[in-house]
Design a protein around this ligand. Sequence first.
Ligand code: COA
Ligand code: AMP
Length: 628
Amino acid sequence: MTYKEEYSSSISNPKTYWKNQADKINWIKKPESILSESSGEYSQWYTDGIINTCDLCLDQQVKEGRGDQIALIYDSPVTQTIKKLTYKELLDQVSFFAGALKNIGLNKGDLVIIYMPMIPETMVAMLACARLGAVHSVVFGGFAATELASRIDDAKPKFILTATCGIEGKKIIDYMHIINEALEKSNHQPEQSIIFERDQLKLNNIGPRQIKWIDVLNQGENVPCTPLSSNDPLYILYTSGTTGKPKGVVRDNGGHAVALKFSMEKIYNIKAGEVFWAASDVGWVVGHSYIVYAPLIMGCTTILFEGKPIGTPDAGTFWRIIAEHKVNIFFTAPTAFRAIKKEDPQGSLKENYDCSSLRAIYLAGERTDPATYTWLNELSKLPVVDHWWQTESGYPMIANPYGIEPQPFKAGSASLPVPGFDIQILDEDGVEKKPNEQGAVVIRLPLPPGCLLTIHNNPEYFNKCYLEKYPGYYLSGDGGYKDEDGYIFIMGRMDDIINIAGHRLSTGEMEEIVASHPAVAECAVVGTKCELKGEVPIVLAVLKNGQEITQSDLSKELKIKIREGIGPIATIKSVSIVNQLPKTRSGKILRNVIRSIANKEKFKIPPTILDSAAIEEAEVALSLIDEK
Ligand code: COA
Ligand code: AMP
């Protein structure tokens, strides 16, 4: 079938299309209901199917004869370790740890927060929860205690699984310190924190409600997979929303498994037995989908990389891993290659390695800028596939359908809609835009299987955030356009979300933190372009009357406050003190104008401007940033 035929059949006859995809995985009980619209406009898939995701990832693979195949390669330049686990070994570890968790009281439906580094135990923990039907919520290690606390309060976990430390290049990150601080800040207190002791940081003392991983393991025994309803949640993953409060995206078991297998075949074009590497973090959706679940559901070998694209030890690490583990398909964020390009512009470190196993490089998390695309394409002589997705979708929504029928590339576009996603560009009034006209990127309902079920504890917010603005459509929050060939160009967020080095963060949340500084009367935080990280935030702050803090001191204090409030990943570029913010007469801060000024782009002064002197002041303040 051509891409066009396959895409059209997915849109015109979704039930048949997704029944065929569902037939490709091993259900405990196959669903008879494929698409149910009983719960209103937002449809549910496979509601009567019975399944277990861990069963698909491990037990089924061993049954199909892959027991001795390597399932997981842990490659950690920061600890100089390479460790390989076969499917049989991983199954044994997961089943035994699941039994241990069960014996200390973890049951189907219980929630577990996993705050762990990129080590095999993290994957074992996720899969053990999946085995029991407990719902995991992995929190990215780069978030500070306050963010962790807000997730603890929202998820109300029974247990927290953690390790003594993470390793960031040469730095040891003391997780216990962060966990303890988070638990002091949170109202909810889990029954136990289970701590994996790493060689790099030993546990000096064990507090109340804390237990060593090894002591839990001592209570282990192998347990079978718990049969789950297709729509029982597999995990909750928090992501930045447009309010200060993170939103917990809830993922199902059945639709998710179908969608991931579908994506491995149709988008990544990879087969069982091959090696798939997503250089991301298990704390992000890319890590959930393409380090943990999809490669295992597909019977591939997956790589868990504890390191950075540069500095661990150099900008050749990616090439070394590709050559050493014979990676067939590689996936990372453009920012990672921009960092490599900066250190090794000629790509000479690649010459030390035989990367002939590699067939394609996939990039996502932000738009692939044409300069990075061209550099990587020329250096690798391979297809470089930009593809667009979100935590909410869990897998790509726009991509070059490599496993169906490769399509010509267009620089700056993630290419064409993935089967199942009816993507439209709408204006403010919900009218479809003409080709090449920019608007809101929306998806006509029903969304295909695997996309978010709801927002944890907040179905009203789910409706408000995604469904209310354009009835019958899912609002992605991104802006973009389609060209005359149907290629979609994503141009960035239309809300206050920014993407710093592949990390999705909310400037609204940063504004809340800045505004809580005792000297600040009001502020605006916007994302501005950065050659390495894609975007970085800048701050304009108005001081309260009588405050005499210098710009440099305020900047230092706010940088610390944001690191403590959100995490070190939220690095702000600059802080400028101004007398007033550019605003409309109705008091709305003109963030778009501030962003354009900071990016040195043309902008129109809106007729509703309150005081144009504020714009002149912002121009002067922001012109000084790069000179600092
Ligand atoms: N745990 C604790 N701290 C973390 C962390 C983690 N998991 N990840 C990042 N940090 C810290 C860093 O140590 C750094 O702290 P510092 O300011 O004290 O030095 C800070 O957060 C900023 O880190 P980062 O955003 O990684 O910037 P960098 O300059 O160290 O590295 C890149 C730049 C481009 C190499 C890096 O951001 C990168 O590899 N990005 C890819 C991200 C990615 O894969 N995203 C997934 C989307 S698919
Ligand atoms: P996250 O939920 O962290 O995966 O972030 C999702 C957001 O990242 C999207 O809404 C986009 O704004 C951005 N994004 C992800 N992939 C791409 C891409 N290929 N091109 C442009 N923007 C992207």
